[in-house]
Design a protein around this ligand. Structure first.
Ligand code: CA
Length: 255
């Protein structure tokens, strides 16, 4: 399954309006909610190529959980979901007082649906069939509007013990560069996106490999083991175990 890995980008947390937000090197994390697997994977490919970190799910119920737990910068929402109506999902996202931008994908071209969706707080609409390039452009426009982007590319944690350099795609511990696999890099940068917050194995698999890998949660453990070996005995605590949950970054972000 290693050959299926697709780059996920890097994230960091930032506090804005009381909400913890995740961004990847300035391009933002996008949650794709679409039950048609081919469309979902098509969007993932285009968004990742444009530099976004992508989370995805085909379930409305799971999408609600992911909005809560992963705090994406933007939600790409298909209105026609099997388990939960997209407009209902939109309403619930907004009821929490979240300002997370939502770009709606819909086969419903009717004017009434558009008005209803926009009144519920969708930021924009794309009607199916759509061009993925157009979706990427709209995502960029909305993220620009909502103030996403502009994150520094080098971040440090634990008084400089851990340094993550997006542009060079390099992590250093105590001044020593780590030779990480794409999966290890994905795990480390996911944890570093919100230092201290526990990430479940499921969420890490989703962030690093995508929704299709649900069920491979336990594979995360062996990647973490390898990652800790590379961190070395003196810095193994940088990736801390959270019993019964998963893992978290064990060092705080430097300011
Ligand atoms: Ca659908």
């Amino acid at each position: 399954m290693g050959s299926m890995w697709r780059p996920c980008g890097d994230r960091r947390a930032r506090s804005r309006g009381g909400l913890s937000r995740c961004d990847d090197g300035g391009m933002g994390t996008v949650l794709v909610v679409e039950d048609e697997r081919e469309i979902r994977e098509l969007l993932r490919r285009y968004l990742e190529r444009a530099g976004h970190a992508v989370l995805s799910t085909g379930s409305g119920a799971e999408a609600l959980r992911m909005v809560e737990e992963s705090v994406p910068d933007l939600v790409l929402l298909d209105l026609g979901l099997p388990d939960l109506d997209g407009t209902e999902l939109l309403r619930e996202v907004r009821q929490d007082g979240r300002r997370t931008p939502v770009l709606v994908l819909t086969a419903r071209a009717g004017v009434d649906d558009r008005i209803q969706g926009l009144s519920l707080g969708a930021d924009d609409y794309v009607t199916k069939p759509f061009s993925p390039t157009e979706v990427v452009l709209r995502v960029a426009a909305i993220l620009g509007r909502s103030g996403g982007g502009g994150d520094p590319e080098v971040r440090s944690y634990g008084d400089g013990r851990l340094v993550v350099d997006d542009r060079r795609r390099e992590a250093r511990v105590d001044g020593r560069a780590l030779d990480l696999t794409p999966t290890e890099w994905g795990i480390l940068t996911s944890l570093a996106s919100v230092p201290g917050r526990p990430f479940s194995r499921y969420e890490l698999v989703n962030r690093v490999r995508g929704y299709e890998y649900a069920g491979y949660e336990r594979s995360i453990d062996s990647h973490v083991k390898n990652l800790r070996q590379k961190l070395g005995a003196g810095a193994a605590d940088v990736v801390a175990t959270v019993t019964g949950v998963g893992y978290r970054l064990g060092v705080d972000r430097d300011h």
